[in-house]
Design a protein around this ligand. Structure first.
Ligand code: EPU
Length: 338
C-alpha cells in the first residue's frame, strides 16, 4: 500500500507528528521487489522505518518511508541442541521473544520488552542485561534497494559491534532486511550476571526462561518509561568507551563512577551516571525532559518538537563534556535538519 502525505505520529516512539511525502507498507519480499522496480515513482530519499523506536525526526520527511510489515515466525531447522527460527522483519520484537519462551527456546529472554520490530534488531545489534542480539543471530536476509537482488549476510558479515553493524556503515541505506534467522538453544544457557537480574529471578521462583523474561520485564518497567504513555526512544546516548588510562584518571577523581570491562580491552562508562552527576536527571524543559528514573532516556511529555528534544540532548552532551571531558555519542538516529 502506498500513502501520500502520511502522518508518522504512530510510527515513532517519541510520538512526534511529522509527515512523510510518501509511505509504503511492505507486506512481503515480492512486494518490495516490485516497489524497487518502479522506484522512480517514489520521491527520494528513501528511509527504512521499523518500529520507530530509535529515531528522532526533526521535521517533515521529504522522501519515501519503507515500512516492512511481513509478520511471521517459522522453524527452519532443528538439531539435538538448537533450532533455527526465521522471523519476518515486520514482526514485533517482543512478540518474537514471547514466542521463544512459549516454545521453550533459549537466547532471547534477556532481550524482553525492547520496543521495535525484528528488522531493525540486527541493524542496531540491540542489547540488554548482558546479552546482545549478535550472540544469537545466525544470518539475515536483505534486499538491495538499488538492484532488487536478495543477499544473505552471515553473522560475521554483519560486522556487529556495540549498537552497531555493517548496516550503519558501508551498507547504510543500501539494504532492507526482510528476514532474520536466530539460533536458539534447546539446552538453556542462562545469563544472569547483570545487575539485580539474578536476584529478581530468585524472587520469582525457579530459574527458567519464563521467569527470566518476567524478571527483565519487571526491571525494565521499574526504570524505563513506557513509550505508549510517555514518548521516548530508550537510551538516547551510547555508553562511552574510554582508554584504561583515562578510566584510571577518572576513577581517581570520581571514586563512585561505574566502569565495566569492554570487549575491546578498554573501559565502558555509564552515560546515565555521567548525565545524573551533571544534575539532569528528572529535569524538565517545556515538554521535553530527562527521565526521572534513568538519565539516559530523553522524553517527550506530549507537545515537544523534534528540535526541542535535540536541543535538550545537546545541552546534556555539553554538560557531560564540560564536567568529564567525555563526548557522548547518540544512539538514536537523527532524521532532518537541526
Ligand atoms: N546509572 C546512574 N544513573 C542513571 C542511570 C544509570 O547512575 O540515571 C548507573 C546505574 O546505577 C548503573 C549504570 O549506570 O551503575 C548502568 O545502568 P543500567 O543498568 O540502567 O544500564 P545503562 O548502561 O544505563 C544499558 C543499555 C540499555 C539496557 C540496559 C540494561 C545502552 C546505551 N543502554 O543502559 O539499553 O536496557 O543497559 O542492560 O547501552 C537502549 O539501548 O535503548 C536501552 C534501554
Amino acid at each position: 500500500m502506498i500513502y501520500r502525505n502520511f502522518s508518522l505520529k504512530q510510527y515513532n516512539t517519541f510520538g512526534l507528528d511529522y509527515r512523510t511525502e510518501c509511505f509504503i507498507s511492505i507486506k512481503s519480499e515480492d512486494d518490495l521487489i516490485n516497489y524497487i522496480a518502479e522506484g522512480q515513482k517514489f520521491p527520494l530519499p528513501w528511509l527504512i522505518l521499523g518500529g520507530g523506536s530509535n529515531i528522532l525526526f526533526t521535521e517533515d520527511f521529504p522522501g519515501t518511508i519503507l515500512h516492512p510489515e511481513n509478520e511471521d515466525i517459522n522453524i527452519e531447522e532443528r538439531t539435538s541442541d538448537h533450532v533455527i527460527v526465521s522471523v519476518g522483519a515486520g514482526t514485533n520484537w517482543d512478540r518474537f521473544v514471547e514466542w521463544c519462551v512459549d516454545n521453550d527456546l533459549g537466547g532471547t529472554e534477556n532481550l524482553s520488552l525492547i520496543p521495535g520490530n525484528s528488522g531493525a534488531v540486527a541493524v542496531q545489534n540491540i542489547g540488554a542485561y548482558g546479552v546482545e542480539v549478535k550472540d544469537i543471530i545466525h544470518k539475515v536476509k536483505a534486499i538491495n534497494l538499488h538492484t532488487g537482488k536478495e543477499k544473505s549476510f552471515s553473522n560475521e558479515e554483519c560486522r556487529f559491534g556495540y549498537r552497531d553493524s555493517i548496516f550503519k556503515h558501508e551498507e547504510k541505506g543500501n539494504y532492507l532486511i526482510t528476514r532474520s534467522y536466530y539460533k536458539l538453544n534447546i539446552r538453556h544457557i542462562y545469563s544472569l550476571n547483570y545487575g539485580s537480574l539474578e536476584e529478581e529471578v530468585k524472587r520469582l521462583g525457579a530459574k527458567n526462561l519464563r521467569n527470566i523474561r518476567q524478571a527483565v520485564i519487571n526491571i525494565r518497567q521499574s526504570k524505563l518509561p513506557d513509550p505508549g504513555l510517555i514518548g521516548n526512544a530508550g537510551s538516547f546516548f551510547k555508553n562511552p568507551v574510554v582508554s584504561n588510562q583515562m578510566a584510571e584518571e577518572l576513577k581517581n577523581k570520581y571514586q563512585h563512577m561505574p566502569m565495566f570491562e569492554d570487549p575491546s580491552g578498554n573501559k565502558k562508562l555509564a552515560a546515565g551516571w555521567l548525565i545524573e552527576q551533571c544534575g539532569w536527571k528528572g529535569k524538565r524543559i517545556g515538554d521535553t525532559g530527562v527521565h526521572e528514573k534513568q538519565a539516559l532516556v530523553i522524553v517527550n511529555y506530549g507537545k515537544a518538537t523534534g528540535k526541542q528534544i535535540y536541543d535538550l540532548s545537546e545541552s546534556v552532551k555539553k554538560s557531560v563534556f564540560e564536567k568529564f571531558g567525555i563526548a557522548l555519542e547518540r544512539e538514536v538516529e537523527l532524521v532532518g535538519a537541526i
